[in-house]
Ligand binder design. Structure first.
Ligand code: GAR
Length: 217
């Protein structure tokens, strides 16, 4: 069967992008990365993508008059590459409603909290301030509101008494790198789909008991 064509959108470091590229390298993975797109020309992730021989594109949002115009340019580039699934991986731009509609149920995002708690920025600091005991990360389908949409996979990360934002962020990131490829696999294999406000999973995916802190495959 043809592999699902995936684009990864980044703005910076690109560690989730690197984890996705690595996971999708084997020919038998049901999805393949066909494009990495950045809104920042100096995003470190671009170098990683180039080294892995993945086609890259840079669209500077500052070159466009409006969010809608920038998003329309992205749609053109993504459609030209035959993209069927967009993975936001530290892409620090809000998306227009038009873009979210055009790609509805074909955009997913990763966020370093157990959504719907702690949307937005400075998540690790805010979790420590709030004194929560369990942190984590979430992969979800994207809706126009920031960090909102049907949840695909989550992993939990206990917070230690001596955690700093950096130590906590590093442990959550390890889990991010595990659950993002799993979410892509579930979609590419047709085992997970958005259904109303949540995600419907087929019996196989459910029976595998691996949607919370999933083991590596
Ligand atoms: C990741 O921790 C990701 O969860 C977060 O940005 C970081 C990007 O790191 N995304 C969000 O906060 C989205 N609201 P990376 O560039 O190394 O993947």
């Amino acid at each position: 069967m043809a592999r699902l064509k995936v684009a990864i959108l980044i703005s910076g470091r690109g560690s989730n992008m690197a984890a996705l590229i690595e996971a999708m390298q084997p020919d038998d993975f049901p999805a393949e990365v066909v494009l990495v797109l950045s809104n920042q020309p100096d995003a470190a992730g671009l170098e990683i993508a180039r080294a892995a021989n993945i086609p890259t594109e840079v669209l500077k949002h500052g070159d466009f008059d409006s969010r809608e115009a920038f998003d329309a340019a992205m749609t053109e580039v993504l459609a030209a590459a035959g993209v069927r699934l967009i993975c936001l991986a530290g892409f620090m731009r809000l998306l227009s409603t038009e873009f979210c509609q055009r790609w509805r149920d074909r955009i997913i995002n990763i966020h370093p909290s157990l959504l719907p708690a702690f949307k937005g920025l400075h998540v690790h600091e805010r979790m420590l301030e709030a004194g929560v005991r369990i942190a984590g990360c979430t992969v979800h389908f994207v809706r126009p509101a920031m960090d909102e949409g049907p949840i695909l996979v989550q992993a939990t990360v206990p917070i230690a008494a001596d955690d700093t934002a950096d130590s906590l962020s590093a442990r959550i990131l390890e889990q991010e790198h595990r659950i993002y490829p799993l979410a892509v696999r579930l979609i590419a294999e047709g085992k997970a789909r958005a259904a109303g406000a949540s995600v419907a999973l087929d019996n196989f995916a459910l029976s595998e008991d691996r949607l919370i802190n999933p083991p590596l495959r």
